[in-house]
Design a protein around this ligand. Structure first.
Ligand code: ZN
Length: 184
């Protein structure tokens, strides 16, 4: 067993009092290692590759919104999932970006150990830096299994975070329009 993720999973199984050699668990270290490579694949993603060739000339300066982007991430404090929906909006400057790139951007930052606030800020700042729009707004609502399953065990609580840049920060009408359009 050369893969350190596999070896570590075997240790965890032992540490929680399991028999890692029983039938159902034999391949668990291998499966866990594969799952973890996938759900943390955001570390190796190339941000420039995501946007490569996906910028087009803007013909209007109306707000563009991609709503209800579902995502799955891992909280860095407990290494347990948090998941929910991201809403991303921007007001174009000279360019617009292919709409499918925005969920890809969310996924790239979600597939790492995260805190929800940083995930929100990274999506907003990256879009702002790469696309150079007149403003960016990001709202993320998520449920955290570390809250739902353990500790205070609040099964319905979810957290909402936002990041507003450019016109979304300076113009309250722009911000209000965005928040109105994404409200549940
Ligand atoms: Zn947590």
């Amino acid at each position: 067993m050369k893969d350190p993720l596999e070896a570590t999973t075997l240790q965890i199984l032992k540490a929680i009092g399991e028999d890692p050699h029983r039938e159902g668990l034999k391949k668990t270290p291998l499966r866990v290692a594969r799952a973890w490579r996938e759900i943390t694949s955001g570390y190796s993603a190339d941000l420039d590759k995501i946007f490569n060739g996906a910028f087009f000339k803007a013909y209007s300066r109306e707000m563009v919104i991609v709503k209800d982007i579902s995502f799955y991430s891992l909280c860095e404090h407990h290494m347990l999932p948090f998941f929910g929906k991201a809403h991303v909006a921007y007001i174009p400057g000279r360019h617009i970006v292919g709409l499918s790139k925005i969920p890809r951007l969310v996924e790239t930052f979600a597939r790492r150990l995260q805190v929800q606030e940083r995930l929100t800020a990274q999506v907003a700042e990256t879009l702002f830096k790469k696309l150079k729009p007149r403003g960016v707004g990001v709202v993320i609502e998520a449920q955290h299994l570390c809250v739902n399953m353990r500790g205070v065990k609040n099964e319905t609580a979810f957290a909402v975070t936002s990041s507003m840049l450019g016109m979304f920060q300076t113009d309250s009408r722009v911000r209000a329009e965005f928040l109105n359009l994404v409200k549940p």
